[in-house]
Design a protein around this ligand. Sequence first.
Ligand code: ATR
Length: 242
Amino acid sequence: LEENELKKFFIRMRTGEIAGVNVTIPYKQKVIPFLDKLNPHAEACGAVNTIIVEKGKLIGDNTDGRGFINALTEETAIVLMNTKVVVIGAGGASRAVCTSLCEQGVNSLTIINRSLDKAKEFANKLKQLFPQIDFQTQPLKNLAISNFINTTLLVNTTSLGMTYDWEDLGFIEKLNKEAIVSDIISRPAKSPLIKKAEEQGLKVNHGYNMLLHQAYIGFELLTHEKAPRAIMKQAVLKALGV
Ligand code: ATR
């Protein structure tokens, strides 16, 4: 759809002809003015990736963060309550991931970003929603001198390792040996960050699992039927050459 077609599309959607849609880049924020309501989680994320019609009303949801948490817990069995987590990136994907991590009751969240201002602005917004959590921010250029003491989880939410390269992955060596490393990049299936973490003997969470879990949730929301997980997984792994 082109941007100037959105208005017409949503009028059609209200008639019930279409049960729901998935929204992707670059429309995750642009669709919001056309909707009747966001659920509280999508509201906190400030972005929508799923729209459902309920009694003629358009309701915005965001399944990225839930997909991330489900994938992470399935692959690593992590318990997030009261942990210290570090997230790289402060864009749309980071918003969904960080909001969900906060909802899981982490104790401390450090947001590392190329533009420090953006990280600070986002951390301030999260602090209003989750006053009990300790938020820190750090510029990406200081990654090499980071202190990762007691960090349970490190997540990359940027395209570092896909459309642009990490300057130096040496910071991974500073993580505790129990730390878990997660990358939302699904292509390549073994991202540079994941490779480095595995070389260090750390537990990892692959990006394609987030993609899959997000798709399971989307399928079930739109069809009200159980997602054919095995078939979907096989198709994604095959497409990625895993
Ligand atoms: P998405 O919705 O996929 O998260 P986005 O909202 O454009 O995309 O966010 C991209 C993220 O990747 C941001 O954290 C961005 O950093 P800035 O806020 O400083 O722009 C980060 N990013 C983009 N290009 C980058 C690069 N070359 N090096 C490091 N970080 C980069």
